[in-house]
Design a protein around this ligand. Sequence first.
Ligand SMILES: [Zn+2]
Length: 447
Amino acid sequence: MHDLVVRGGTLVMNGLPQLDIAIEDGVIAALGPDLPGAAEEIDARGMHVFPGLIDVHLHFNEPGRTHWEGAATGSRALAAGGGTLFFDMPLNSTPCTVNGDAFNRKQAALAETSITDFALWGGLIPGNVPEMAELAQRGVVGFKAFLCDSGLPEFPRADDVTLLDGLREAARLGLPVAVHAESQEITQGLTQRIAALDCGSVRAFLASRPVMAELEAIHRATLLAREAGAKLHIVHVSSGRGVALAAEARAQGADVSIETCPHYLFFTEDDVEQLGAIAKCAPPLRAPADQDALWTRVLAGDLDIVASDHSPAPPDMKSGDFRTAWGGIAGVQSTLAVLLDRGYHSRRLSLEHISSLIAAEPARRFRIASKGGIAIGNDADLTLVDVSRSKQLRAEDLKQRHAISPYIGCSFRGCVERTILRGETIFTEGEITARSNGRFVRPTSAS
Ligand SMILES: [Zn+2]
């Protein structure tokens, strides 16, 4: 007899079959119609069953800045949004994950506090290329570099030589390099020029980080990645033109994956004016025409992954002057809701395509074996969704540390009803029900 059967859901995989899922020791043991009874049963009739969402880009800031977020609260918010695995960025924890010792400290902290599975990014900063092998050995999924200021002095941006050296070393180690692609020259130059003219207004901030700054950095990063023979992952591409440029480099032979975030698909620069600093991020939210172009690229299949880039801060850092407010959007709980509402309902983005963006591609690109799809032998990480139920996000629904998010008050068609991690229900009926901690996950060895 199996431990658990999830009965009668529509599985979000080829052909959308309606099947039972039998689970044993946290692993999918059988798929089929009318499977025999089990010790525990979950009725999923009328619901869609996605593979657990994998968020490849977020900042839980632990250890060191748990007053900003922390994995205890952050992983609960992830679970409430249908997530079962996250990749934590090397900043804004203290220390940043730029060497083996910092890695050990973060891994130990997250193992104690996270209720979902987790993986870690290493950092690529000037001077730490010799540390990359040690980070790879410990099991990072890749290395993150900034091409412009990161906002944290202890995580300086990668100059072109650092980036090229880092790409070569990452290629040797068989791991990707992720880049925050905005030009330092353009963003810094425009920021200084605007600061001399203007106060900290929203429009001045938006004008200091134009799409052109993103295009220049994508162009340079893809060029260097090809030169180095490295895998490149471009995080949070904010514009259709940015995706087009990266896709062009891919067509010419660069090994590039392209990520965007739900906020670029949901909000525009007009919303930033309404919402204020709570919606400040970099690259910034874009004009409606840029957002339309981004959606066109999503629907065309040019984009690989959608990740939250959840980057929260305490309330006093997310208000007031745009020059000094923290740049980061706290949206870890809303990724799937955005894709269901604005994608599936508004633009006929298929459920299988959504599943690819949030689970299959993240697992494939970063070589997370046994996750990312509903298949026998995979971890039983499942997200049960009622695609037709509408729900308005209230502040009290948020499981993150500070109930600050531009999504508060927004209504979504499509609702996460239950999240299952390795056979254990960790979220249902609005409540976190996890009894055990998540596990550290590492990529399978390089091919
Ligand atoms: Zn980020």
